[in-house]
Design a protein around this ligand. Structure first.
Ligand code: HEC
Length: 178
């Protein structure tokens, strides 16, 4: 036998909801129980709702989302199309050049491992925040140039300001000449 909920609840529930005798009464009480349960369970979201995604993406997650399509998950790239990051001399070179390439992109021939690459590296200045650029580059550096120091976030912030009026897609010579 289903018992009516707590007195306070059923009194409230009964207002404007006359419950007759017999079967109708049981039915009314059932509805009231459900109503009261709904009222007193509060307004919490359904338990199946995913928690708000407050965690920022890690450098590795950014790499997997943005870079693997060309440089591949192992960073080795595609011969003649996308250069290998694992053997790029830029990882241990001046960090400003790496940041500049990320912010402005890169276009034009350069030789890597005896092969000329003449593709187009996208600019990430409109897609990634300063900390995302720092994090993804530091993930790349940590994996494939382990002796090299991580680059600081404020370098990216400063370079973003410094390169704001520069044209996108400099050539490798232009990057190296800076
Ligand atoms: C659409 C393809 C594409 C995507 C996506 C891409 N790259 Fe590139 N990347 C290139 C190409 C092509 C070059 C070489 C351009 C050239 O030599 O003219 C390059 C060059 C580079 C270089 C310089 C390598 C060197 O030795 O000079 C770095 C560093 C780099 N990419 C990092 C990244 C990172 C980090 C991401 C993800 C945020 C990324 N790339 C996403 C195509 C891509």
């Amino acid at each position: 036998m289903i018992r009516p909920p707590a007195p306070r609840c059923s009194r409230r529930g009964l207002i404007g909801f006359p419950v007759g005798s017999g079967g109708r009464g049981t039915c009314g009480r059932l509805i009231l129980s459900a109503l009261c349960a709904a009222i007193f369970s509060g307004c919490s979201p359904p338990s199946s709702a995913p928690p708000p995604d407050a965690k920022p993406l890690t450098g590795r997650q950014i790499f997997l989302a943005k870079c693997v399509v060309c440089h591949l998950a192992d960073g080795k790239g595609v011969p003649n199309l996308y250069p290998s990051l694992t053997s790029s001399p830029r990882l241990s070179g001046p960090p400003e050049k790496l940041v500049r390439i990320m912010l402005l992109g890169l276009k034009g021939p350069q030789i890597r491992n005896g092969t000329t690459f003449n593709g187009m590296m996208p600019s990430w200045r409109f897609d990634l925040t300063d900390s995302q650029i720092a994090d993804v580059l530091n993930d790349v550096i940590a994996r494939w140039s382990p002796g090299t120091r991580a680059l600081p976030l404020d370098l990216v912030t400063a370079m973003r300001r410094q390169t704001a009026s520069e044209k996108l897609f400099p050539t490798p010579e232009e990057v190296d000449g800076k």
